[in-house]
Design a protein around this ligand. Structure first.
Ligand code: NAI
Length: 250
């Protein structure tokens, strides 16, 4: 019996990267997995992810959808609830960067990042909360970032969206805690994914030099904390931000 046996988890932006690692870890713990991404097909890896999850012996289905679209998300969540019967865990993981210094940032860069990173979480929470309230409570996890806690020059749009995800978790945690729904945020630091592998080697080295544990985080480091927050192991934890950053910010 796994930590999440009998539960259904919905993870956004999980065709690859951190979201995929969370989906696989949740499946290891016995959860059925619904996940979304912009396009679920062979080319973008979503179907392979679906097969990898299903190979663990749980129900798995990927759904195409733009998480930033309110109406589309509502329809998607209702479809997933129909397909899986209930939804117990939501991980708002879909995210993008469009970096630039504030004075050079365009309105499009600002709007795109706020819509995909922050509005998407509102869209999913708004659609799923009535389902969780009807069932037996649930756990909502917003994927924030250390820059949402500390800010970062050149990322004012991204940092603001990630700070918003923390305030969103704390606010809904206060609103719907009495219905048995917990809401928390994870703030990853420097994690080894396609996003950070794209950085020049000297910048990667400089980042790692500033991390007390002297290494980049892995997607599994994040998935482990997500599993704790999703499971009953954290049944008295709500409204918290867990920084998973190798001690970068103490
Ligand atoms: P990634 O780029 O590998 O994965 C993000 C996924 O979200 C992609 O599959 C992408 O197609 C999907 N996505 C983008 N826009 C979408 C939309 N409108 N609707 C649905 N899906 C959409 O990124 P990674 O590294 O796995 O990051 C996952 C989350 O963790 C993001 O929210 C990111 O901001 C956050 N994070 C990552 C860190 C890192 O070092 N990699 C550090 C801190 C936070």
């Amino acid at each position: 019996m796994g930590l999440l046996t009998g539960k259904v988890a919905l993870i956004t932006g999980a065709a690859r990267g951190i979201g995929k690692a969370i989906a696989l870890k949740f499946a290891d713990e016995g959860a059925d997995i619904a996940f979304t991404d912009l396009v679920i097909d062979e080319e973008h890896g979503g179907l392979e992810t679906e097969r990898e999850i299903a190979a663990k012996g749980v129900k798995a289905k990927g759904y195409s959808g733009n998480a930033a679209d309110f109406a589309e998300t509502e329809a998607l969540v209702n479809q997933i609830n129909k397909d899986f019967g209930h939804i117990d865990i939501l991980v708002n993981n879909a995210g993008i960067t469009k970096d630039g210094l504030m004075l050079k940032m365009t309105e499009q860069q600002w709007d795109a990042v706020i819509n995909v990173n922050l509005k998407s979480a509102f869209n999913f929470i708004h659609a799923i909360t009535p389902i969780m309230m009807h069932e037996r409570g649930g756990s909502i996890i917003n994927m924030s970032s250390v820059v949402g806690v500390h800010g970062n020059a050149g990322q004012c749009n991204y940092a603001a969206s990630k700070a918003g995800l923390i305030a969103l978790a704390k606010s809904i945690g206060q609103e719907i805690g009495r219905r048995g729904i917990r809401a928390n945020a994870i703030a990853p630091g420097f994690i080894d994914t396609a996003m950070t592998q794209a950085l020049p080697e000297d910048i990667r080295k400089a980042w790692i030099q500033n991390i007390p544990l002297r290494r980049a985080g892995t997607v599994d480091d994040i998935a482990n904390v997500a599993t704790f927050l999703a499971s009953d192991m954290s049944s008295y934890v709500s409204g918290q931000v867990i920084q998973v950053d190798g001690g970068m910010n103490m």
